[in-house]
Design a protein around this ligand. Structure first.
Ligand code: ADP
Ligand code: MG
Length: 683
């Protein structure tokens, strides 16, 4: 039997509702699915939002803002935009849907284009950072990231092109969800014809109701907001806990999958882990386990799902496995609410999630793996009971569940705000303290963001955007630090090199270490590694790739992830165009690495750390002790004195990743305001 996933045709197995009809007389399991031949139209009618269709259309007509609360999978993201289009809304403008995740934009647009029977990119399209798949004048339904919607507001402050904006997955409360909520409130006041729909799986609807209601008369009839709950169809879910927390949850997840496969009835499995690396490790572990399955034990098809995969790889999880083969999807938080994968009966929840957390003393924004909230554990479990009763395996004891916090606080109150502040400034919002945030961030975080932007040269002393640097930085869809690096790279004579580095930093898992060939891979990777650090190592990889005509074979030989490099080349092309637009000269320093490192310093200087006599590194700001991450090329015995880091990862310890070795004199030279009187002389 072939393990290749079958492509989903219209009418294929989307509702595997009656999978219990299993013929177990032979070694392989046959599944009878009476809905296999359901037309797309029928499938759409079976979704819970279908019954609320007219009600939704009525509310959108009558109220400026409509909050739709409904279980994940009830059809909010795919159906509501189509209902609006069919009701004629698209005649007055685009129906725009903002999503927190890129993956959701592409997979939803693809699905809706199929349901509407149109070509993706025509009537139904998407637009994400560095990838626009829409046709101006033709596209009626456009999925985009929240960040991209904010960018559209820079060009079109009242969103005149749009007739309806649907903010999806609002319960996630990402940084941009909150920014968009605040900005939409301003826009709605000025454009009475614009409609806002807020969709959410679980949310405190009251908070949004109060936030968007302009009616102060107390007369309910004059409300500008309405709230609608869509009844989902939930099936009972059995919850299983471990007696002791799993010591290694990645391994524990793989073992649990195999246990389910051997002991439980038919049905696909969804595993939740915290990041792409964990997902990849678990997938390889499962593939090893799968190879040991005996003939009469059936087979499994293991697929990863995370943001770093290519579009086509992401879509594979939606295709049904061949009959008798159990599909196992190993995913990051993406699968919690953003996308709905049909046919899941078993869920394994590791109990953790990776989030950004800002430390206002050291001014570092660390990625931390923390226990999930109760709300998100419930969401994850809910993925199992969609089509029939399911089971969730929580890899921790029951008393731990009760100790979990109810919800994860909104990102706005726990991350670095420099990007957010820069974007809001570019939109003309100069006084952050007076901006109407749904959850106001701590004032300390705001001041620290303003300090950083000032030091980067984006703000004047009066606190307005500098021209052109600050304005151009806001236009780059990158962190202010990377944007600055690119915008000054012409002055350092190394824009070609900086373009390659920044593009490489946008992709993940560049180096591959296939099982069994780890040693060989390490030896070959060493040829790219340099004492200047990880960024210059990435530059070497990209330069090699270009020198070898972007060949896939070269990548395979060098144990480099070809997909990641192809994507980096694509992103690089887009950024190069932006630089040309801004008249930044495209120059190369022809191997003069000092210029490149100095240019990196001009953008990354806020993230400086030095080797402390204790043997650890300390951040210059806040004296936060840090270690070099084992994945860094600088993870060796000879430790450099001064480094700049791109990212902090907080696991067992605080680790810095993606390092560049610098001369501390550059900090004083390139960021005098920032480092002048601070603590330089103390070290
Ligand atoms: P919600 O937004 O309420 O969570 P969606 O509109 O995303 O729900 O999903 C509705 C249904 O469409 C789901 O039951 C899911 O099975 C199906 N679906 C969504 N995306 C795809 C896809 N890319 N391929 C196949 N089915 C999909
Ligand atoms: Mg949705």
């Amino acid at each position: 039997m072939s393990l290749k996933p079958k492509f989903l045709k219209p009418g294929d197995d989307i509702y595997a509702e009656d999978r219990s009809d299993v013929d177990q007389t032979s070694g392989t399991t046959f599944i009878y699915n009476p809905h296999r031949s359901l037309s797309i139209e029928k499938q759409r009618q079976r979704l819970p939002v279908f019954r609320a269709r007219n009600h939704i259309l009525y509310l959108v007509e009558k109220y400026q803002t409509t909050v739709v609360v409904g279980e994940t999978g009830s059809g909010k993201s795919t159906q509501i935009p189509q209902y609006l289009r069919d009701a004629g809304w698209a005649a007055d403008g685009i129906i725009g849907i903002a999503q927190p995740r890129r993956v959701a934009c592409t997979t939803l647009a693809e699905r809706v284009a199929e349901e509407c029977d149109v070509m993706l990119g025509k009537e139904v399209g998407y637009s994400i950072r560095f990838d626009d798949c829409s046709t101006p004048g033709t596209t009626q339904i456009k999925y985009m990231t929240e960040g991209l919607l904010v960018r559209e507001m820079m060009a079109d402050p009242l969103l005149r092109q749009y007739c309806v904006i649907l903010l999806d997955e609002v319960h996630e409360r990402t940084l941009y969800t909150d920014i968009v909520l605040g900005l939409m409130k301003k826009i709605l006041r000025r454009r009475k014809d614009l409609r806002l729909i807020i969709c959410s799986a679980t949310i405190d609807a009251d908070q949004l109701y109060n936030f968007f209601n302009y009616n102060t008369t107390g007369d309910k009839d004059k409300d500008t907001v309405s709230v609608l709950s869509v009844e989902g169809r939930t099936h009972p879910i059995d919850v299983c806990y471990l007696e002791e927390p799993a010591p290694e949850y990645v391994k524990g997840s793989a073992e649990t999958v195999m246990k389910i496969h051997r002991k439980e009835g038919a049905g696909d499995v969804l595993v939740f882990l915290t990041g792409a690396e964990e997902v990849d490790t678990c997938v390889s572990l499962l593939k090893e386990h799968a190879a040991t399955l005996k003939k009469n034990e059936g087979s499994i098809l293991v697929l990863p799902m995370h943001g770093a995969l290519s579009n086509s790889d992401q879509l594979r999880v939606f295709h049904s496995a061949p009959p008798g083969v159990r599909k196992v999807i190993v995913a990051t938080n993406i699968a919690e609410t953003s996308v709905t994968i049909p046919g899941i009966v078993y869920v394994i929840d590791c109990g953790f999630v990776k989030v950004r957390w800002y430390n206002s003393t050291s001014h570092t924004d660390a990625l931390v793996v923390v226990p999930t909230s109760q709300a998100s554990a419930t969401q994850r479990a809910g993925r199992a009971g969609r089509t029939r009763s399911g089971k969730v395996y929580r890899l921790y004891p029951e008393e731990e569940f009760r100790k979990l916090s109810e919800i994860t606080p909104p990102e706005m109150v726990r991350t670095n705000l420099s990007s957010a502040v820069l974007n809001l400034m570019a939109l003309g919002i100069e006084n952050m303290l007076r901006f109407d945030f749904p959850s106001p961030p701590p004032a300390k975080h705001l001041t620290s963001a303003l300090d950083e932007l000032y030091a980067l040269g984006a703000l004047t002393e009066e606190g307005t955007l500098t021209k052109p640097l600050g304005q151009q930085m806001a236009e780059f869809p990158l962190s202010p630090q990377l944007a600055k690096m690119l915008l000054v790279s012409g002055d350092f004579g190394c824009s070609q090199e900086i373009l390659s580095i920044v593009a490489m930093l946008q992709v993940q898992n560049v180096f591959t270490k296939p099982r069994g060939q780890e040693h060989r891979a390490r030896v070959i990777h060493r040829n790219f590694q340099v004492n200047e650090g990880d960024l210059i190592t990435l530059l070497n990889v990209f330069t090699g790739y270009q020198k070898h005509a972007e060949s896939r074979r070269w990548c395979v030989e060098k144990f480099i992830n070809h997909r990641a490099l192809r994507r980096a080349a694509e992103i690089r092309g887009r950024m190069e165009k932006l630089l040309v637009n801004f008249d930044i000269p495209l120059t190369s320093c022809e191997g003069g690495i000092d210029a490149v490192c100095r240019c990196i310093t001009a953008g990354m200087f806020p993230n400086a750390a030095f080797l402390h006599h204790s043997g650890f590194y300390h951040t210059v700001r806040g004296n936060q002790p840090l270690h070099i991450h084992p994945s860094s090329v600088l993870y060796t015995e000879t430790q450099p004195q001064w480094v700049l880091f791109q990212e902090v990862l907080h696991t067992s310890q605080m680790f810095m990743r993606d390092l560049t070795v610098i001369d501390p004199a550059w900090l004083l030279e390139l960021a005098p305001h920032f480092y002048e009187k601070r603590t330089m002389q103390d070290h």
